[in-house]
Design a protein around this ligand. Structure first.
Ligand code: SF4
Ligand code: MG
Length: 324
C-alpha cells in the first residue's frame, strides 16, 4: 500500500493579475501513523500548503497545478459535498487559533454534537458519552461541555479543538501551529498529549510550525520550507544531526540546543524574500553563505543526498562544481 497522503508538484497562487506563488512545486508524502513537521519562517507558505492539502483555501488563493492524493481521493478534484463526507471523519484540521475556528455562540458540547450529527445518526446518549470521552482524551473535565469558548483558557480551547478533530478517529490530523498562542509550559503539555493520542490511535500528523525545537521531539520527518518551496526533507534525526541545505544549517544554528529555551528563527541574517518578487535562481541566494555563481540564475532541482529524502541546493546538484 502507498502512502496515506501524496502531494505531487503542488502549486498554489494568490491573486490573478500579478499572482503570488505561495507554494511552488511542493512534493511530499505522509505515511500512515507518521508525524511530519513542516518548519519555516512566517510567510514561507507553510500554512498555505496545509490549507491547500485540506482543501480549505479561500479566494483569492487557489491550486494552480499538482495533485493531492489522500487515501485514494483526488483532493484537488473533489466537490465541496464530497469533501464534507471525509473532512472530520477521515482527516481533520486544527487551526492556529481555536477562538477563530470554534463557534462563539455554541457551547463546546453543542459543537461536538453538531460535528457528530453532520456525519452520522447518533443517539443522544451516544453523543453524550462520546463527547465526554473526547474531552477526557485531551485532559478537559467533561463538565466543560456546557462551557462556551470564551469561558475557557487559550490552552483549553486548543484542546477542545483537538478533541473535536479526533472525534471520528481520522487517519490524518492537519495542525497549523496549534500551540503557538500558548505559554511554554502549556505548549509542552499539549504537544505531549498530542503525541500520546497519536500513539494510541495511530493517526498521522502534518504539523506546521515556525518553532523548530517544538517538533524536534515529536516528528518522524521534517520538511524545511523556504519561500514557497521545501528545501530539505528528511528524518528529523538526520536533519538535526547533519542538515544539508545551507538554510537548514542556519536554522539549526539559531538553536544552540534542541533542549534549551524556545527561540524564534532569527539566526540567519537578512529576511525571507517578498514572494511577489522572488529572487532569481535559488531563492535563498541573497542570504546564503555558500552561494556560488550558478545560484544567482539557475534554480536548483531537488536531489536525494545521504540520509535526507530531498535537498534543493546546487551544492548537491553538481551544477556549482568549479564555479566557486
Ligand atoms: Fe546556497 Fe546556492 Fe545552495 Fe541556494 S543553491 S542554498 S544559494 S549554495
Ligand atoms: Mg501561518
Amino acid at each position: 500500500t502507498g502512502p496515506l497522503l501524496a502531494v505531487e508538484d503542488l502549486v498554489v497562487e494568490y491573486g490573478l493579475d500579478q499572482p503570488v506563488r505561495a507554494v511552488d512545486h511542493v512534493s511530499l508524502t505522509v505515511n500512515r501513523g507518521e508525524f511530519i513537521g513542516i518548519v519555516g519562517e512566517s510567510g514561507c507558505g507553510k500554512s498555505t500548503l496545509l490549507y491547500a492539502i485540506a482543501k480549505l483555501l479561500s479566494e483569492p488563493a487557489r491550486i494552480v497545478s499538482g495533485t493531492v492524493d489522500f487515501n485514494g481521493n483526488n483532493m484537488v478534484e473533489l466537490t465541496e459535498a464530497e469533501l464534507r463526507q471525509i473532512r472530520w471523519r477521515d482527516y481533520s484540521v486544527v487551526m492556529q487559533s481555536a477562538m477563530n475556528a470554534l463557534n462563539p455562540v455554541l457551547s463546546i458540547g453543542d459543537q461536538l454534537q453538531d460535528a457528530m450529527l453532520a456525519h452520522e445518526k447518533v443517539s443522544a446518549d451516544a453523543i453524550r458519552t462520546r463527547s465526554e470521552e473526547a474531552l477526557r482524551l485531551v485532559g478537559i473535565d467533561p463538565i466543560h461541555l456546557k462551557s462556551y469558548p470564551h469561558q475557557l483558557s487559550g490552552g483549553m480551547r486548543q484542546r477542545a479543538m483537538i478533541a473535536m478533530a479526533l472525534v471520528f478517529r481520522p487517519d490524518l490530523v492537519i495542525m497549523d501551529e496549534p500551540t503557538s498562542a500558548l505559554d511554554v509550559v502549556a505548549q509542552r503539555s499539549l504537544m505531549m498529549r498530542i503525541k500520546q493520542l497519536q500513539k494510541e490511535f495511530g493517526f498521522a500528523v502534518l504539523f506546521v510550525t515556525h518553532d523548530m525545537s517544538l517538533v524536534s521531539h515529536f516528528s518522524d520527518r521534517l520538511a524545511i520550507m523556504y519561500a514557497g518551496q521545501i528545501v530539505e526533507l528528511g528524518r528529523t534525526r538526520d536533519v538535526f544531526n547533519a542538515p544539508q541545505h545551507p538554510y537548514s544549517v542556519g536554522l539549526l544554528q539559531a538553536f544552540p540546543s534542541v533542549f534549551g529555551e524556545r527561540k524564534e528563527l532569527t539566526g540567519i541574517p537578512g529576511s525571507p524574500p517578498d514572494l511577489r518578487h522572488p529572487p532569481s535562481g535559488c531563492r535563498f541566494h541573497p542570504r546564503c553563505p555558500q552561494r556560488m555563481e550558478v545560484c544567482d540564475d539557475v534554480e536548483p532541482e531537488a536531489v536525494t543526498v545521504g540520509g535526507s529524502d530531498l535537498v534543493r541546493c546546487h551544492l548537491f546538484t553538481g551544477a556549482g562544481a568549479g564555479s566557486r
